[in-house]
Design a binder for this molecule. Structure first.
Ligand SMILES: NC(=O)c1ccc[n+]([C@@H]2O[C@H](COP(=O)([O-])OP(=O)(O)OC[C@H]3O[C@@H](n4cnc5c(N)ncnc54)[C@H](O)[C@@H]3O)[C@@H](O)[C@H]2O)c1
Length: 346
């Protein structure tokens, strides 16, 4: 058996705790140090060495790889600190807070040649792999419309952390970034967007609700509706058995894709098609596709260890994640100006 990789964690809040839990179940890795200037709690509970400054931790502990789960607006600077020390990183999403920031990280990564895996963990979920395979096999025919939802009511104390109320956060950058990443993965690149956002439910500087229209390069049209302040069973986190924190409504779907030959409800992977006769007067048949139940986050971690050992290319690299950021920048601009926007190249 190979020696476990020494992993350090930067940011020990809600997500950092989850990463520590996945690490505890992974025999090929060992959590050796935690850096968090404000919260020593996780280090105290686990007996793992604590630092208040991640740079000091990197220099003194010299980990084989790091997991970065600090607030969004620190991602790029922290990742560059790791690159400069030659330490591969699993960087939580969003990769950056803007397309420009992401471009800075792309340049630094090319310069240092050290891998970064961006934490779009849904891509590691077997249900996402299976959905992509069904679409790529042409079972929907020509993809024409896509309807996505991520809607839930976050508890009010979620917003006690100031960074979650300020620019750099908001439901688009914190949550819909995952849906946009996955819709790009399923349907291809996004050519243009229009959007309406509002902050009336929570009254913060950042949006709590958004309705986004998407034009894909392959001609498909999409809509994505998101809110962190409404009662709803519709969203990946409620509909997929992935992160235990969220109450589950596993019989509900969050994405509906329709094409010239079939329609697919995700995550149930119900594929609707005509039999011999086509047309709205004829009954559709429904095939239910199965997929293995495996933790997306645990699979992401196993993949990250391969990336850190130089045995695999990141499934979601910085340039890929930056394209989702470019779409988000275009969405914010579309919402601000009420115009159709084309995402800029990264
Ligand atoms: N992949 C997912 O599904 C998912 C889910 C939740 C959060 N996230 C991401 O994880 C990150 C953290 O989110 P969270 O919900 O855990 O936030 P959080 O506020 O609970 O935790 C952030 C932690 O970072 C610490 N921190 C602040 N400045 C720091 C610094 N300079 N160095 C190290 N630590 C620092 C804070 O003290 C806090 O403990 C965010 O980027 C968020 O978008 C991803």
């Amino acid at each position: 058996m190979t020696t476990p990789l020494k992993i350090a964690l930067i940011g020990a809040g809600a997500m950092g705790r989850q990463h520590a839990g996945y690490l505890a179940k992974e025999p090929a890795a060992a959590l050796v140090a935690i850096a968090d200037p404000f919260s020593p709690a996780l280090a105290e509970e686990t007996g793992i060495r604590h630092f208040t400054d991640h740079r000091e931790m990197l220099d003194r502990v010299r980990p084989d790889a790091v997991i970065i789960a600090n607030p969004n607006d620190l991602h790029v600077a922290t990742a560059i600190d790791c690159l400069e020390r030659g330490v591969p990183a699993l960087l939580e999403k969003p990769v950056a807070c803007s397309r420009e920031e992401a471009s800075r990280l792309i340049a630094a990564q090319r310069h240092h040649g050290v891998p970064i895996l961006v934490g779009h963990h849904r891509r590691h979920n077997p249900v996402a792999e299976r959905a992509k395979a069904i679409i790529d096999a042409g079972r929907l025919g020509r993809l024409a419309t896509v309807t996505g939802m991520w809607q839930t009511r976050k508890p009010d104390d979620y917003f006690a952390m100031e960074w979650r109320r300020r620019p750099g956060a908001g439901v688009i950058l914190i949550n819909l970034v995952h849906d946009l990443d996955l819709l790009r993965h399923f349907c291809g690149e996004i050519r243009a967007v229009q959007a309406i956002t509002q902050n009336a439910l929570r009254g913060f500087e950042v949006e709590d609700s958004a309705v986004i229209q998407l034009e894909f390069e392959n001609g498909a049209l999409g809509s994505l509706t998101g809110s962190d302040g409404v009662v709803s069973p519709w969203g990946w986190d409620q509909n997929v058995n992935e992160v235990p924190l969220y109450a589950k409504h596993l019989d509900q779907s969050c994405y509906f894709l329709a094409g010239s030959e079939g329609a697919l409800a995700v995550p149930q992977l119900k594929l609707w098609r005509y039999g011999e006769q086509r047309g709205w007067q004829h009954q559709l048949t429904c095939e239910s596709h199965r997929f293995p139940e495996e933790s997306a986050q645990q699979r992401q971690l196993a993949h990250f260890l391969e990336v850190a050992r130089g045995q695999a290319e990141p499934l979601v690299g910085v340039a890929d994640a930056a394209r989702t950021l470019a779409v988000i920048d275009a969405i914010q601009e579309a919402a601000r100006t009420g115009t159709r926007q084309v995402p800029l190249a990264t």
